[in-house]
Ligand binder design. Structure first.
Ligand code: BGC
Length: 412
């Protein structure tokens, strides 16, 4: 039996997302310093891994090859492109701003626009200039002032070309957890107290940056923040979901009701409390559960702020799982929109294979695969399927339908 079809609103954006450190190459920041640190090398060797495979180095060389990559994104029908700015390029030393780096980013952004795509620009995506990290990063007393100074400087330079700004990517969820709770990411400070102070510091920096950016762009720009969301599966999921959401993303959304123009929602996988996953993407070991994107959209929909799916993706070098992944997630996005939630766009993670943080180059998230030896790009078949869906601007709604409003189904 064929499911019902959903047509997306005309102005719905389609595209993909990237981040500076993961694709540009040639960046010196706190993460690159950590990659070379004795501690990191010792940890990798202990696990029997080759430290050289975990150094970001040239990455996908997007800094030099952006035109080819943006040509491809355009060819694939994308209408929005999410990228981030590397703070350490803009302000390599405290108080010294690099005009050439800003001009280069301007060129990239203009290249995005010249291909008919709307840029969405993130100001911070997991990495810090070394001088900032040495002061304690966002835990330093001066952090709000320093981050805002950088943000305002950059927005002033690029505001004619950028309408959508994101202050932070997953700072209070994934990053806070990895850097301060589990201590796997730099600065590897494992302390719950620090975890909570870091989250508060991000909140302060976001609010201040939001106000200053908005004052400067005179209402011509929209400023949001991106957070990761996981769907809880199994157990008494309703109670568990509420608890997890309250601690996870609601904590933030409640506190920035007046300082946020859109919610950027990154959704990849679940937090499974019981039962077994039926589909797992092996490269990251993440369960694939498309209905979870629907549940998280419905959940943040309560804040009545426009939503962008700023990341959703799968690491799959075989490319066999990627297209069904995109199609099924989009059909649940459509279901949430059909239920009345205001979703403005969908950005697949990622346009290119790239440097996947502590996992190095092994996971392959790209619509376009990159041969890191030659930097040759090859468009994966799933990217063409996605392009076809973009042309159709429609998707089949999921067969099992959505959640009755106010209620919940406990099928897991
Ligand atoms: C991050 C990306 C990362 C992706 C896949 C997101 O949490 O924003 O930088 O590559 O997940 O792990």
């Amino acid at each position: 039996m064929e499911g019902a079809r959903y047509r997306f609103p005309r102005e719905f954006y389609w595209g993909s997302a990237t981040s500076a450190y993961q694709v540009e190459g040639g960046i010196e920041n706190d993460w690159s310093a950590w990659e070379r640190s004795e501690e990191r090398i010792r940890q990798l060797k202990q696990q029997g891994l080759n430290p050289a495979a975990f150094v970001s180095g040239r990455a996908a060389d997007f800094w030099n090859r952006y035109e080819e990559d943006l040509d491809n994104a355009h060819l694939l029908g994308h209408t929005m492109f999410r990228m981030s700015i590397e703070w350490s390029r803009i302000e390599p030393q405290e108080g010294t701003f690099d005009g050439e780096a800003i001009a280069h980013y301007r060129k990239i952004i203009q290249a995005v626009k010249a291909r008919g795509m709307e840029p969405m620009v993130t100001l911070w995506h997991f990495t810090n200039p070394i001088w900032f990290a040495s002061k304690g990063g966002f835990l330093s007393k001066d952090a709000t002032r320093l981050f805002t100074r950088y943000a305002v400087r950059l927005v002033r330079a690029l505001q004619d070309d950028v309408r959508y700004w994101v202050t932070f990517n997953e700072a209070t969820t994934v990053y806070a957890w990895m850097a301060y709770a589990t201590g796997q990411w730099p600065p590897q400070k494992k302390s719950l107290r620090t975890f909570f102070s870091f989250r508060k510091a991000i909140l302060r920096a976001h609010k201040r940056a939001y106000r200053d950016i908005k004052a400067m762009c005179h209402g011509r720009c929209l400023v949001g923040i991106v957070e990761n969301n996981r769907a809880v599966v199994g157990g008494h999921w309703f109670g568990a979901q509420r608890l997890a959401n309250a601690m996870y993303s609601h904590w933030l959304w409640r506190r920035i009701r007046r300082e946020n123009d859109f919610i950027g929602l990154n959704y990849y996988t679940t937090r499974r409390l019981s039962g077994r996953a039926s589909v797992v993407a092996k490269e990251k070991g993440w369960e694939v559960w498309p209905e979870g994107i629907y549940r998280t959209i419905k959940d943040v929909g309560r804040f009545k702020v426009p939503i962008f799916i700023t990341e959703n993706g799968i690491a799959d070098a075989t490319d066999r799982m990627r297209w069904p992944f995109i199609r099924d997630h989009l059909s649940w996005v459509a279901q949430a929109m059909h239920d009345g939630i205001d979703v403005r766009g969908y950005l697949y993670w990622s346009l290119l294979d790239n440097f996947e943080w502590e996992d190095g180059y092994a996971p392959r998230f790209g619509l376009i695969t990159v041969d890191y030896e030659t930097q040759k790009r090859t468009i994966r078949p799933s990217a063409h399927e996605y392009a076809k869906m973009i042309r159709e601007h429609a998707v089949d709604l999921p067969r099992s339908g959505g959640q009755p409003s106010g209620g919940h189904r406990s099928s897991h």
